[in-house]
Design a binder for this molecule. Structure first.
Ligand SMILES: *Cc1c(COP(=O)(O)O)cnc(C)c1O
Length: 498
């Protein structure tokens, strides 16, 4: 299968090149030229397999220039039981009939980003071999917290690669910051940026599209790639767990093959929910895709009105991984929904970068609202939702998952829809411990507590176990303390690439 660019249909590369390049040279994103389909029979067959096997099968439909053995190798290593706390890589937790939480955070960094970032380095390493790349591949990452750590953990000491991560100086939780600044590995570098996530992301995009600088680096033996969700190698592995969740529901007798499900996704950059969209287009029986946002509700407004307008106040919320005003992967949705109208997508993206705003035509708006439902909630409702689910089900949801639960509840109230539903749960609650404890025990004063005391308190109050990956941060040395201006990110990168 070939990959074209959202902004130029005549571009055609195989998946190894799409994964190695990360982003298309003219700034567009790689999309598959056709979307493979899965039948009820295939779903039946997949439901009898392990997660690793499902991953190798499904990835094989998209990454057709990889052999079945190569993909098996990648999936077996990435989703090894030692990394995901057992064979059940993405377990479903059923709270009540029809309400299923898909826990995507059992990996090494306790966030759903591990689902893709554990396998991406394997896919990229193979891509380097396949394309005969001699240069060292430099992974540049802008992170709102979770991607950075997951990418560092995935790429540390991977031969032929090195990784530079930028995070917004005040835009990540203390645990997230510690996770990144204590990262081990010879080929890693971490720097805080004075600005918010969008500033960091824009800075990385600028370096990526700076052809002069790229040529210079090329002569020094370096090639850029991306581990952000703009990379197709991030998206493809995310399609797997939606299909896998359906298979698990089937296996447990909770649905019959062919029954539709709803999928609710707490959304930031639109990568996770876009993967669910691909699963739906492939033929997975999906009724509605429900896009949940926090107070940075640019996507809620877009899906409900067709107007994308990033010119608004930016809020720092208790769900920082969704504090985003430019959702990069929306570009891929526009490409597919518009019938691969590259000129139209280019014009919308040009308007977005020049004016921070675009308005899609009526046809596109309608097509999107046929598939997607959108809603948002603020920090106060997020806290109430955490508290409610803890009281009702003894289930501790993290702040991002709580946004999804809240938006889903409002949707059910308005629509009366009783379709069985899968809620994507994107982080272990310990990663956002302070906000979660405040929600379930509002009377506690946490002001004088350090991160590790907070872990203990949440373990006790929530009756859940602290993941070792987080408790062991206490004894790790902080290696990275650099902070840079958003305009100096290129300089920071350059000094790492000596
Ligand atoms: C990254 C992230 C999200 C948002 O996912 P997108 O693919 O960017 O929409 C939501 N929750 C958590 C915990 C995350 O780390």
């Amino acid at each position: 299968m070939k990959y074209q660019s959202t902004r130029n249909n005549t571009i055609s590369v195989d998946s190894a090149n799409a994964i190695k390049n990360g982003i298309s040279p003219e700034g567009g994103l790689y999309v598959p030229c056709e979307i493979p389909s899965i039948s009820a029979e295939t779903i039946d067959k997949l439901s009898k397999l392990s997660y690793k096997e499902r991953a190798a099968e499904i990835l094989g439909m998209y990454l057709t220039d990889y052999t079945a053995d190569e993909l098996k190798f990648c999936a077996d290593n990435a989703y090894h039981a030692s990394k995901f706390g057992g064979e059940n890589t993405a377990p479903l937790c059923s709270l009540e009939e029809g309400l299923n939480i898909l826990e995507l955070w059992h990996g090494p960094t306790c966030a759903f980003k591990d689902m893709a970032l554990q396998i991406l380095p394997y896919l990229l390493k193979k891509a380097i071999e396949k394309t005969g790349e001699d240069n060292q591949v430099v992974i540049l990452v802008a992170t709102s917290g979770d991607t950075g750590k997951a990418a560092l953990e995935g790429f540390k000491d991977v031969e032929g690669t090195c990784i530079q991560v930028f995070y917004p100086v005040d835009g990540v939780s203390k645990i997230q910051k510690l996770q990144m600044t204590t990262q081990s590995g010879k080929n890693v570098s971490v720097c805080a940026v004075k600005g918010n996530f969008d500033d960091a992301q824009t800075g990385v995009k600028k370096i990526f599209t700076n052809n002069e600088y790229k040529e210079e680096l090329n002569s020094r033996g370096y090639t850029f790639s991306s581990a952000n969700s703009i990379n197709w190698g991030r998206l493809a592995p995310q399609i797997v767990y939606y299909i896998s969740a359906y298979c698990d529901l089937l296996k447990e007798g909770k649905i019959k093959n062919g029954d539709k499900i709803n999928i609710v996704v707490p959304t930031g950059n639109f990568g996770n929910i876009l993967a669910a969209y691909y699963a739906k287009v492939m033929g997975l029986p999906v009724n509605k895709l429900i896009c949940a946002s926090n107070q940075n509700n640019v996507l809620t407004d877009f899906i409900n009105t067709g107007v994308y307008d990033r010119n608004r106040k930016f809020f720092t919320t208790v769900s920082p991984s969704m504090d985003i005003l430019i959702s990069s992967n929306l570009e891929r949705l526009l490409h597919h929904i518009s019938g691969r109208n590259d000129a139209l997508v280019s014009s919308y993206m040009k308007e977005l970068s020049e004016n921070g705003k675009y308005v899609v035509n009526e046809e596109i708006r309608k097509a999107i609202s046929d598939i997607f439902v959108a809603g948002c909630c603020d920090d106060c409702d997020t806290a109430k939702t955490i508290s409610k689910y803890f009281d009702k089900y003894s289930y501790v949801a993290d702040t991002h998952t709580a946004v999804a639960l809240n938006v889903y509840e409002k949707y059910v109230e308005e629509s009366g829809d009783s379709t069985p539903t899968v809620i994507a749960s994107t982080a272990n609650p310990f990663k956002f411990n302070k906000a979660v404890i405040s929600a379930i025990e509002p009377a506690l004063n946490l002001d004088d507590k350090d991160e590790f005391e907070l872990l203990d308190i949440l373990a006790e109050k929530g009756n859940i176990e602290i993941p070792v990956q987080l408790s062991e941060l206490k004894s790790k040395e902080v290696r990275f303390t650099a902070v840079c201006d958003k305009d100096l990110m290129i300089k920071e990168t350059d000094s790492f690439l000596v």
